[in-house]
Design a protein around this ligand. Structure first.
Ligand code: 7PJ
Length: 284
């Protein structure tokens, strides 16, 4: 990817000239890997500040679980979960907050409260989402998902998963541009595990360079995902080493933002990657 200026996330910069960590903060009672641990405003804020301290360049705040089979949450309830956390962190958190939502009402409320990035696993396909994101004026991550969270893992099918995901993302970028969202504030994400079986996920990781070829900053979420559990027979809390390995393979193939639960460890891995890359470009 050509060098580019930092993204402006509602006044807080996000520098993606080298790979960075997006720390996961779920304020849901049913999130699969940290279910319930941080479901109070005070605890959520402490966790966000700790992740920033550990090197997270952005905190991804989610009030609706998108894990396979999760029940939908009404917009008002999602807003009640995320807005108090955003307001409480507004002045103290040194890095931007990303709002992980598919709902236009939640996007507007979260950005009004201070969120600096929209992370939409539905790539702004919900009615009104394109318009809401355009009005919010913050950067947006467009993620690929086949189907809906409730049923997406039932029998996902592709002829060529890499080509189809790339084509989908390019079409969503075009839809954003038509809605007045500048290309310069878009990120893309292949959506590991969202309507994909293990073969699809592996093909996507192997072919990630093709997705990076879209020329937009690439976000990946592989941390603790169930693919690791199936491939290696590991429980959620045993997936740190394997998550780091997948993160490194993704950055080697062009990923610039790594969504992760284990921020300190992921940051260490990415720091080493950057050190090696920068060493390589120094004059001998
Ligand atoms: C992702 C996400 C991802 C983006 C989740 C989990 C499931 N947002 N939200 N990419 N995954 N952009 O953490 O396993 O992969 S929720």
């Amino acid at each position: 990817m050509p060098p580019q200026p930092p993204l402006d996330c509602a006044g807080k910069p996000l520098d993606l000239s080298h790979p960075q960590v997006m720390g996961v903060l779920n304020v849901t009672p049913d999130s699969f890997s940290d279910g319930g641990d941080f479901f109070s405003v005070g605890a959520a804020c402490d966790r966000a500040l700790a992740m920033a301290e550990q090197g997270a360049a952005v905190i991804d705040l989610g009030g609706e679980s998108t894990r396979p089979g999760a029940a939908p949450v009404p917009a008002a309830q999602e807003i009640d979960r995320v807005v108090p956390v955003i307001e409480a962190l507004q002045d103290t958190l040194p890095v931007p907050i990303s709002i992980d939502t598919r709902k236009p009402e939640v996007m507007r409320a979260a950005v009004a409260a201070g969120a600096g990035l929209i992370n939409d696993v539905g790539a702004l396909r919900a009615p009104g989402a394109l318009q809401a994101a355009a009005a919010c004026g913050v950067p947006v991550c467009l993620m690929h998902m086949q189907g809906e969270p409730g049923t997406m893992q039932a029998d996902p099918r592709y002829d060529d998963v890499v080509a189809e995901v790339r084509h989908f993302l390019a079409a969503r970028v075009a839809a954003c541009e038509a809605a007045g969202i500048d290309r310069g504030r878009l990120l893309v994400d292949p959506g590991f595990g969202f309507g994909k079986n293990d073969d699809h996920n592996l093909a996507l990781l192997a072919g990630l360079r093709d997705i990076a070829g879209l020329g937009l900053p690439l976000l990946v979420g592989l941390s603790r995902k169930s693919m690791i559990g199936r491939l290696l027979g590991l429980e959620v809390h045993e997936r740190l080493a394997s998550s780091l390995a997948l993160a490194m393979m993704a950055v080697e193939r062009g990923a610039r933002l790594v969504r992760a639960h284990d921020v300190a460890e992921t940051w260490q891995a990415l720091q080493l990657y950057t050190a090696v890359v920068e060493h390589g470009v120094k004059p001998a």
